[in-house]
Design a protein around this ligand. Structure first.
Ligand code: TYC
Length: 114
């Protein structure tokens, strides 16, 4: 029994006199947005160079890299990977820098997923 003798010794009552916001039933945890790295076609970069880039920077095996390179070559562009923003930006920059070092016009860009 507590001092008040009201039988609720183990119950703490908090009355702050202000409205209490209820927590949502499920906490709304948003996943971070993901970003696409998109490879662009051009008329000059050799197919073999693009295949090597896809193997080096996007961990594709040779067969997959040829398929994706050919999709870019025939349609103009293709998504080559989806990553958190900083990783997508870094990979795209690495591809563009590597192409420049080798004096090819190959370019990749980054877009937010829908
Ligand atoms: N179109 C290039 C060629 O005919 C090959 C190529 C493919 C270039 C994909 C860029 O992202 C690219 N040599």
């Amino acid at each position: 029994m507590n001092a008040a003798g009201d039988g609720d010794d183990d119950v703490e009552v908090w009355d702050t006199g202000t409205a209490v916001k209820e927590r949502p039933a499920e906490p709304k945890l948003k996943r971070p947005p993901m970003y696409k790295v998109i490879m662009l076609n051009d008329d000059y970069t050799p197919m073999e160079f693009v295949v090597n880039v896809l193997m080096m920077f996007f961990q594709m095996d040779q067969e997959k890299a040829w398929q994706v390179m050919y999709a870019v070559h025939t349609t103009g562009s293709a998504v080559v990977g989806i990553f958190p923003r900083d990783i997508a930006e870094t990979k795209s920059e690495q591809v563009n820098a590597y192409a420049q070092e080798n004096q090819f016009p190959l370019r990749s860009t980054v877009e937010m997923t829908d």
